[in-house]
Design a binder for this molecule. Structure first.
Ligand code: PMP
Ligand code: GLN
Length: 384
């Protein structure tokens, strides 16, 4: 393994899912739903397969039906208008979107500012592109993890090429506010930075929180690459259909990298996702309400079990502080958890450069059936 990748080893999600399998534990580690997305969309995939649509290489940028549906979704939900032919690119999940974007836009030595804790593929892709990551730590403040805007401003140097934003944020569940996003936008314009914004949890926002795409802020559309995922929005994480929306020059750059990563992917599933994106708003509302109810079940269970819970405003993850349980090392805690309680969770420290800043935090996924969440909570309560 080369030096660029040596520090990364095996992703925590694979490690913890394997542990869940081998110990027969409830897997609240890796974020995937235990209920598949809509039946009618599965049927659409079957129809595409059967009718021979997408069984051979689809077009490089994605099938026109899907690109049109993605553009229509951005227009309908956010009033953002993108040309399906020049401003939309279909990718092999958001994972490839992140990789292709960073590989396309970074020169060796460029600095990328990302919030810490960060989704693990950001660090690996910045490294593969020869860039340098500059983490800005989100810190607990009145029940949620918040960004220090002064710290963000101070992190920008002459070498900063882009800001890598994620809202709603995995693993903390933080949703950036209008004010925070406006400040980020102002900074990006002032310092002439590109912005890559991972919005895969755009439909999972709770309570008073609102998802505001960064591209809607003044001066942002022309410098922003926005990333979405059918895995998250329609609960088909195995289909690996994601997308990028951005102005033509940026899409063209990302496509240059993408063509040599996968070239194309997910042929028949692209047809099904095109249909999914045109589902009525009631689908998105029901999805959100369902996840909200699950959040409340798991949050209550974890609180009762003695964890300090940071109630997420978005995503399907809850970050907890384990110190009230008399524990302080999230790694050790998560390694022992399957034996001790028959539950698997993720130590947030893996998402930090400053590992000590993340040490006491542990993430639980709640995209699981209510009985599963209740059983997990019961086991955790019995273990302490
Ligand atoms: N970004 C974030 C913040 C994620 O949590 C995930 C995965 N769950 C991804 C990107 C990758 O998405 P996909 O499965 O579409 O590749
Ligand atoms: N994004 C998912 C999570 O945060 C996992 C995706 C993966 O396994 N790479 O749990």
């Amino acid at each position: 393994l080369n030096r660029r990748l040596a520090e990364f080893g095996t992703t925590i999600f694979a490690e913890m899912s394997a542990l869940a399998m081998s110990t027969g534990s409830i897997n609240l580690g890796q974020g995937f739903p235990d209920t598949d997305g809509p039946e009618e969309i599965r049927e659409a995939a079957v129809r595409a397969l059967r009718d021979g649509r997408g069984n051979q290489y689809p077009p490089g940028p994605g099938i026109p039906e899907l690109r049109t549906a993605i553009a229509a979704h951005q227009e309908r939900r956010y009033g953002l208008s993108y040309d399906p032919d020049t401003e939309v690119l279909v990718t092999a999940g958001a994972t490839e979107a992140i990789a292709a974007t960073l590989l396309a836009l970074l020169e060796p030595g460029d600095e990328v500012i990302a919030f810490e804790p960060y989704y693990d593929s950001y660090a690996a892709c910045i490294a593969m592109a020869g860039g340098t990551r500059v983490p800005v730590t989100l810190r607990p403040h009145e029940g949620s993890f918040r960004l220090d805007l002064d710290e963000l401003r101070d992190a920008v140097t002459d070498k900063t090429r882009l800001l890598l934003i994620n809202t709603p944020h995995n693993p903390t569940g933080t949703v950036l506010t209008r004010e925070e996003l406006a400040e980020i936008a102002k900074l990006a314009v002032e310092r002439d930075l590109l912005v890559v914004t991972d919005e895969v949890y755009e439909h999972l926002v709770f309570d008073d929180a609102e998802h505001l795409p960064l591209a809607t802020f003044p001066g942002m559309r022309e410098r922003t690459v926005t990333i979405g995922s059918a895995g998250k929005t329609f609960s088909f994480t195995g289909w690996k259909v994601g997308w990028v929306t951005a102005p033509p020059a940026l899409i063209s750059a990302v496509r240059s990298a993408k063509q040599f990563l996968t070239y194309v992917s997910s042929g028949p599933f692209q047809y099904a996702v095109a249909e999914a994106l045109t589902l009525p708003d009631t689908y998105f509302e029901a999805f959100r309400a369902d996840m909200l109810a699950k959040r409340d079940v798991l949050a209550a269970g974890l609180t009762e079990a003695g964890f300090e819970v940071f109630r997420p405003q978005g995503t399907y993850f809850i970050t907890t502080d384990i110190r009230p349980l008399g524990e302080s090392d999230g790694f050790a805690f998560c390694r022992a958890l399957p034996e001790r309680a028959g539950v698997v969770a993720i130590p947030n420290a893996v998402f930090y450069d400053h590992r000590e800043a993340g040490a006491p935090f542990v993430r639980f996924a709640f995209c699981k059936q209510t009985e599963v969440l209740e059983e997990a909570a019961k086991r955790l309560k019995a273990a302490w």
